[in-house]
Design a protein around this ligand. Sequence first.
Ligand code: COA
Length: 158
Amino acid sequence: MDNERFSTLEIRRLKESEPIPYDLLLLADPSRELLNNYLSDADVFIALYKGRVVASYVMCSISPETSEIKAIAVDEKHQGKGAGKLLLHHAFQQAKEKGYKTIAIGTANTSFKQLQLYQQQGFEITGIKRNFFIDNYPEEIFENGIQAKHLIMLEKDL
Ligand code: COA
């Protein structure tokens, strides 16, 4: 199966007794400090494949109407096989069940694959937090040969 796409994945909430999958979440957000800030009031979900954690996402309430996916990551060995799409659909379902009307996600101006994935899954760009990565991260971040400077915010109606 290792080269095939995931048709399903076991996705569930992280138990209190389980460690936060920082190795994965740091792929999505390289700042442990920012991660810890929102992890203090967030729901963490993990996806398991053959008993191992291969992906994770973090969701926070940002208003009574809107839930935000703060970080989403798939183990590098398993990227591009549909896990990201399955995680997004799981997040849509979770947010809907909790009564949210909208789900939000942010990504860098340089994250083309992510912008493709999110827009294919129904997110629309709603705004730009200019210089977000310059102001909030100690190191410069480069991706696709471009400096990540701005956070592109997207939302989807549920
Ligand atoms: N190039 C361009 N688009 C790509 C791509 C690539 N190499 N890989 C995936 N995509 C796009 C395609 O639109 C794809 O849809 P398709 O398979 O129908 O063509 C879509 O993304 C879904 O891909 P999927 O396999 O579900 O994505 P994934 O399992 O790799 O998960 C991420 C997506 C972003 C979560 C994952 O790549 C990841 O963890 N990246 C590092 C961390 C990160 O950037 N997190 C997001 C921060 S905002």
